[in-house]
Every structure is written in structure tokens, then in C-alpha cells.
Design a binder for this molecule. Structure first.
Ligand code: PLP
Length: 384
């Protein structure tokens, strides 16, 4: 099993950081590469024409390995989830009477694009809410999603886990049902890829979009997407020179090309060669490939197990293990809990978590210990 990796990060010793779903701390090795890369531009001759292509290619390969994709040219460098979604939405032709299906309260970058698309087309965004129960909530929520998919469903767009409380969506079953009715499956992997195993070849999403600064441990403003065969002849949101065929030949760039680079590379953001952020994200994903998401998940499970039991005993509600992630989960407090007091006490003790909807969101990673969770439990118990 993976051992604690605190020494690989520069988190201050004085804080207890249980908030990787907000933003990951920085790997020391990623910071080192970033600083070196920043200095490179002091002398532009150190940045060659090949450098526009080499690290991006390595980055696509590294991410393909992480998500078990066989074709690295289906991996696309994007600046944000909203950008990755914009490429998707641009290629969805939805009609009145059809709908896009989303889970309730999912992240806005995977809601607004659908809202605008549907409003313009006179179509509908169908929001599937969880049942109002604490018994098998996630199981019934998944069933509701499956039941809501029908021949009018154009797209199912959701996360692998719910960003607010870690509810796991059964992507295999959702994929099977969406295929039966000819609907696209678009996944926001921001809160899962890197910490939770994912296999593109078995789930076969039409698109998988991820921000890079959370579970991919990368810098802000650089993410990655996977676009499947549905998008092969589609239209990107912008027309950048480097996404066209033969862009490697700088001398011939004004021999304008109508063809794009192969696979999904037409969808990459302009200036994606980003000589600082790309090597940083590459180093981070190489590290994840060494650790492997299944080991990260298992590590998080092992350090949270006792804390979760203690919290459940104290009256907090947490989804059962089979239906939630171990790197991100929500705690719902008993009614008598003074949430304002919790916030104040946690801050006083420098314990960092997030508050999303009615859940206290806990998101540990390999730099955390059982002790970190013990500290959290102690404070929560003392606020009852
Ligand atoms: C599920 C999810 N998707 C996307 C994002 C970020 O979106 P964007 O890259 O468009 O800012 C976040 C940030 O918290 C998130 O939690």
C-alpha cells in the first residue's frame, strides 16, 4: 500500500489541509520544474520550435495512461472545464422536445453551457435530484438517473462523483442506458480523475473533461479533456494555427491548411504549448501514474475509516462506502449542530475543509494522516 507522502509536498506543518477538492497543494517536484521553466524565457533561444510540441505530446501520453486511453491524440489540452464543455456543446445539435440530463447541484461549468444550449434550441435541461432520504440515498439517486434517460435524452452530463459530497454515479450503468437511447455521455472528471481509477476504454464516454489543479495536482488554468469518435469531424470553439496539419513546419505556416491535426487535436486551446504550466502538469501526472489512483483511493480509505465510524456514531450522516468516494465525501450534520461554531472552531485550529450545499466536504489525499482526521472529528464532536 502507498505510504504517507507528506514529504513530497510543501504544505505548512501548522495547518491540517483536508481540502484537495478546492485546490491541491503543490508537489515539490512540480514547483521545481515550474521555476526552471519560468526562467527559461530569460533566453528565448532556449525554447526551440520542437518545444512547442514535445512536452504537450508527453502530457497527452501521461494523461492517456492515467485514464487508460489507447489513443493519446484524443487527449486535448484545455484551460478550464468551461472551455472543454464549450467544445462539446458546439457540436451538439439538440431540438425542441429533447433534453440534456444533469444531476442536481452539479458544478456550474457543467450546467451553464447546457442551460444556454437548451434555451437557444427550445430544449430542456432535466435535473435529477437525489431522493429526500438518508437510507440508500445514492442508490436511489442513481436509479432515478437511469429511469430519467429515454429516447428524448440527447446528452447525459454529470461528474464521476458529485463535487459537493462525493456521491458516486454508476457510469457503467449510465453509459449502457445512454447508448441504448443514442444519448451522449459527457463526464466532468475534475473531482475524480487522479484520485479515483477511471478506464476510458470500458466506460467509453463521449467526452471527459478535467480541470488540472485539484486531483491532477497541477497548476491553475490548465486542464485536460478526452473527446471520443463522436467529435472527430466536429467544430472547435476557436481556430488556432497549431491545431492544423503540418503546424510543425513554422516556415510554411501561411500555406494555409484546411485539415486539422489528427484525432481530437483540433479542440486544443490556442498557445497550449504553455512552457511553464505544461511541464508542471506533466510532472504531476507522471507522479500520479507512479502512485496510481487505486492506491490513492485505498490510502484515503485507510486514513478515513475510523474517523467516519466515529462521526456516524456521533450522529453525522455520511453516504455508505460503496456509493461514495474515499478522497471526497460529505458530512451532513445532525440538526442540533451549530455550523457557524464548526466553521469558527475549525478555522481556529487551522483545519481546512469546504462547505458545499448542506454538506461539510472533506477531501484528503496522500499528504494527510489518520491524525488529521482525528483532529477534525474531535472538533466536530465538541460542537454538538
Ligand atoms: C466538478 C468541478 N468541475 C469544474 C470545476 C472548475 O471549472 P472551471 O475549470 O470551468 O473553472 C470545479 C471547481 O471546483 C469542480 O469542482
Amino acid at each position: 500500500m502507498l505510504s504517507n507522502r507528506q514529504k513530497d509536498f510543501s504544505l505548512p506543518k501548522s495547518i491540517t489541509y483536508l481540502n484537495g477538492a478546492y485546490m491541491s497543494p503543490q508537489l515539490k517536484s512540480v514547483e521545481k520544474i515550474g521555476v526552471e521553466a519560468l526562467k527559461k524565457k530569460r533566453n528565448p533561444t532556449l525554447i526551440s520550435q520542437e518545444d512547442f510540441f514535445t512536452d504537450t505530446d508527453k502530457l497527452r501520453h501521461a494523461f492517456a495512461k492515467l485514464i487508460k486511453a489507447t489513443q493519446s491524440n484524443r487527449i486535448v489540452i484545455i484551460p478550464s472545464v468551461s472551455y472543454g464543455m464549450a467544445n462539446v456543446v458546439k457540436n451538439v445539435d439538440i431540438k425542441r422536445g429533447q433534453h440534456v440530463l444533469v444531476a442536481a447541484e452539479q458544478f456550474p461549468s457543467n450546467y451553464y453551457p447546457w442551460q444556454v444550449l437548451c434555451a437557444e434550441a427550445g430544449a430542456e435541461v432535466k435535473i435529477v435530484s437525489p431522493p429526500n432520504t438518508k437510507t440508500q440515498r445514492a442508490k436511489f439517486w442513481n436509479e432515478r438517473i437511469l429511469d430519467a434517460i429515454n429516447t428524448d435524452t440527447k446528452v447525459v452530463a454529470l461528474g464521476n462523483v458529485h463535487w459537493a459530497d462525493g456521491t458516486l454515479f454508476d457510469l457503467m450503468a449510465i453509459r449502457k442506458r445512454s447508448k441504448e437511447v443514442g444519448a451522449l455521455l459527457v463526464i466532468d472528471g475534475t473531482q475524480s480523475i487522479g484520485a479515483l481509477p477511471f478506464d476510458v476504454e470500458s466506460i467509453q464516454p463521449d467526452a471527459l473533461i478535467c480541470a488540472g489543479y485539484k486531483w491532477l495536482l497541477g497548476p491553475y488554468s490548465l486542464g485536460l479533456a478526452y473527446y471520443g469518435p463522436y467529435f472527430d469531424q466536429g467544430k472547435p470553439v476557436e481556430e488556432n494555427w497549431i491545431n492544423r496539419k503540418n503546424s510543425e513546419n513554422f516556415a510554411g505556416l501561411v500555406n494555409y491548411e484546411s485539415a486539422y491535426q489528427p484525432g481530437s487535436l483540433r479542440y486544443e486551446v490556442g498557445e497550449h504549448s504553455n512552457f511553464i504550466a505544461v511541464p508542471m502538469l506533466l510532472r504531476a501526472i507522471e507522479q500520479l501514474n507512479l502512485w496510481q489512483p487505486e492506491n490513492i483511493q485505498e490510502y484515503c480509505r485507510s486514513i478515513t475509516k475510523k474517523a467516519i465510524e466515529d462521526l456516524q456514531e456521533a450522529g453525522f450522516w455520511i453516504e455508505e462506502e460503496a456509493y461514495r468516494a474515499s478522497h471526497l465525501f460529505g458530512i451532513r450534520a445532525p440538526l442540533e449542530l451549530d455550523i457557524q461554531k464548526v466553521k469558527t472552531e475549525l478555522l481556529k485550529k487551522k483545519i481546512y475543509v469546504s462547505y458545499r450545499g448542506d454538506a461539510i466536504r472533506i477531501s484528503p489525499n496522500v499528504y494527510n494522516t489518520k491524525d488529521d482526521l482525528k483532529k477534525l472529528v474531535r472538533i466536530l464532536q465538541s460542537c454538538l
